[in-house]
Design a protein around this ligand. Sequence first.
Ligand SMILES: Cc1cc2nc3c(=O)[nH]c(=O)nc-3n(C[C@H](O)[C@H](O)[C@H](O)COP(=O)(O)OP(=O)(O)OC[C@H]3O[C@@H](n4cnc5c(N)ncnc54)[C@H](O)[C@@H]3O)c2cc1C
Length: 521
Amino acid sequence: MTVKILPPGVTASAFDQALKAFAGIVGDEWVLVTDQDREAYRDFFSFSDTHHLASGAVAPASAEQIRALVQIAAQYRIPLWPISRGKNLGYGAAAPLLSGSLVLDLSRMKKIEVDVENDTVLVEPGVGFYDLYHHLQERNIPLWLSVPGNSWGSVCGNALDRGVGYTTYGDHTSRICGLEVVMPDGDLVRTGMGAMAGAPTWQLYRYGFGPAWDQMFVQSNFGIVTKMGLWLMPEPESLRGFDLEFDKPEDLEWVVDTVAPLRRDGTLQQSPSIGNWLRQAAVLTTRKEWYDQPGALPDSVIEAIRKRFNIGWWSISVRFYGPDEVTAASEKVVSRAFEGRPVLSRKDAVWHRGQPREQSAWAGVPTTMPLQNANWHGGRGGHVGFSPVMPTNGRLALSQFQRTYARYNEFGMDYHGSFALGERHTTNVNQVLFNKDDPQMLKRVQQFFHALVNDATRERYGEYRTHIEYMDLVADTYDFNHHALRRLNEKIKNALDPHGILAPGKSGIWPAAYSKERSDA
Ligand SMILES: Cc1cc2nc3c(=O)[nH]c(=O)nc-3n(C[C@H](O)[C@H](O)[C@H](O)COP(=O)(O)OP(=O)(O)OC[C@H]3O[C@@H](n4cnc5c(N)ncnc54)[C@H](O)[C@@H]3O)c2cc1C
């Protein structure tokens, strides 16, 4: 039996008519509304199986088809939730924020155009990290990717959620250069130099003439990105670096203060992440091999796990890319900064052009290994990410850790945290791992998440990215002048999208047409 989930305020017969009109554009086989289809667009990592359910999906093959689809959606008031590949695990996967939305699945759009002279690429949303990696490898194109820890997703989708990787190109959204976007009214816009038809500089100069709009389409619901320009890293002559382990939780303070100036002065151009023992352990083992009691793991068990895998309480990996003399000199400078410090162990990494590449994110090779951590608790694994942005300062990092660690213990969760050091800021990424088959644990996850947000907000730290369940909660913390930024966002939203058909509620931006759904959310 097909149990229909309808968009809010839309009757079953209007929905059927809209689906027929959509099928007229994309073909019957790309309108996906069976129970099985809807199941495929659920967030399997979520604490809830009943929130954020899609009414189905429609999968266009081109920007022209999308232009026609948005006009039909506006006519029938069908909210569309665009995804590139929909692998946003930890943040909502392929599921829409507003139940009843129709997922606009762009994964069929897979064109890749590489500019080998300028080291740039123009990708469509369906291009995954593996697709682009293989495209470059098969053609012997000497360009490297920056990939996220879950590389199953889309190059474009990840950058649109301000995703991160581990090379010097790891701040993905900052490498965007030129977008093509379908607007909610069906118009087609190219940003930057792309606004001049046929300009050879679309992927070379970001700003164009007048206001620059690329970031307006990032973490927003103002348009559907159909092409994205990105800069890629020329294959370096060498890759050097080292991994360090540290014994004590308190080491976090001096490690942050040691690395911070090297980030600011540009010696270290990649964003190193200081992560705790569970980041490594959760992909190497499962909890039940060590402990079968509820509550956070006791220190004695943590010690035993660390001993078995020979890992510190914290670890950090730093990497340098470029000419051999440069990477050798940079490595020397950073090594000197750690001299005389209580480093538990050090492992060096050296690669030269022509050698086989390490199969890791530091070498720009796609990976899905970290997904293994969903098995930590057993049962159906899930997780949500909690990632506030804070200053890069050792004392503040240590107190952020201590506050968060106390919360993990209070709610009986195992601490999985890291501090990724940007040039001026730090993102404190916390993964909340849970077992979806443990109802007691699921109950705690909601309260726990709210406590984390409240604690961070007291310090005036806001999240850089969040799960669809918490978008209103997080948007609410951005409160200067009684939420002036939200008022601005919503003025723009209502002007561009008067029927509110594009991703209502995304990033806490609700169109006027969905004010009821906003208050129900
Ligand atoms: C264990 C684990 C490790 C992870 N490690 C990392 C990591 O290191 N770095 C990292 O960044 N992430 C990480 N993630 C999170 C996530 O899995 C990746 O970011 C993934 O790349 C996102 O999925 P996607 O690329 O398919 O994007 P999608 O799910 O397709 O999209 C992401 C967001 O952008 C919007 N969007 C997508 N396409 C469009 C479009 N064309 N127009 C307008 N809006 C659009 C979507 O609505 C969605 O909100 C990790 C997740 C897990 C579970």
